[in-house]
Write a protein that binds this ligand. Structure first.
Ligand code: ADP
Length: 222
């Protein structure tokens, strides 16, 4: 059995805009081993976010195949893709994307509830403890700093015990010191839980800390 958690074979993504066909990704192939840490790097507009979204099942590719944890994403409809995301994937965004009307604890509970998991308060509290936010669990996002919000979003990303975590510029909105704290947490959780990490970044210092760099430019791997 393959130990690859993610396999892309000749993946392309096109957007149709009016009469024009915009090619955003072309002929992307790579495998990622379970437990690995990987950075996807490239200039702005090179297709990194689009690629991450395809890998995480947020969107369909136009051509090629994507197999995540043994599941062929390209064969699934939207509902099935959503199920795969809930069951197998964690996601961290540059702008945190916490729900503003829910407390830190409630935000972490959301993915658990989506999975139909009951009585998860203790696990959610443990996750907030892991990211150093026990004292802030009843705070709303607006009452937290950017770094704290990103730590809540990390705890939320791990709520469904994902095998793979996708992070899109996770430190992009944070100052250097806070960014380092969030980075260290990501690598710590990778080590402790064996979660595969795929990070989109243009920060080469962060990329250099991963085991492997996938450089993309103009929608293709270089
Ligand atoms: P990066 O993350 O490297 O900055 P993106 O993946 O965000 O790059 O974008 C790559 C290209 O795809 C850009 O030219 C962008 O305008 C285009 N693009 C992204 N999403 C869409 C969309 N939904 N419709 C049309 N074009 C898009």
């Amino acid at each position: 059995m393959s130990s690859n958690i993610l396999q892309l074979n000749q993946v392309s993504k096109n957007y149709r805009i009016g009469a024009a066909n915009l090619s955003v990704l072309r002929d992307i192939s790579f495998d990622i081993e379970e437990g690995a840490t990987v950075a996807i790097v490239g200039p702005s507009g090179s297709g990194k976010t689009t690629l991450l979204g395809l890998c995480a099942g947020l969107d369909h590719c136009s051509e090629g195949t994507i197999v995540l944890n043994g599941i062929s994403l390209h064969e699934l409809n939207e509902d099935q893709l959503a199920q795969v995301r809930n069951a197998h994937v964690g996601f961290v965004f540059q702008n945190f994307q916490l729900l503003p009307t829910l407390t830190a604890l409630e935000n972490v509970l959301v993915p658990m509830e989506l999975r139909g998991m009951k009585n998860m308060k203790k696990k959610a509290m443990d996750l907030l403890d892991k990211v150093g936010l026990s004292a802030r669990m009843d705070h709303y996002p607006s009452q937290l700093s950017g770094g704290e919000q990103q730590r809540v979003s990390l705890a939320r990303a791990f709520a469904n015990s994902p095998k793979i975590l996708f992070a899109d510029e996770p430190t992009g909105n944070l100052d250097a010191e806070t960014g380092l704290l969030v980075e260290n947490l990501l690598f710590q959780l990778n080590e402790e839980l064996g979660t595969t990490l795929v990070i989109v970044t243009h920060d080469m210092e962060l990329a250099a800390k991963t085991q492997r760099i996938i450089p993309i430019r103009g929608g293709a791997i270089i």
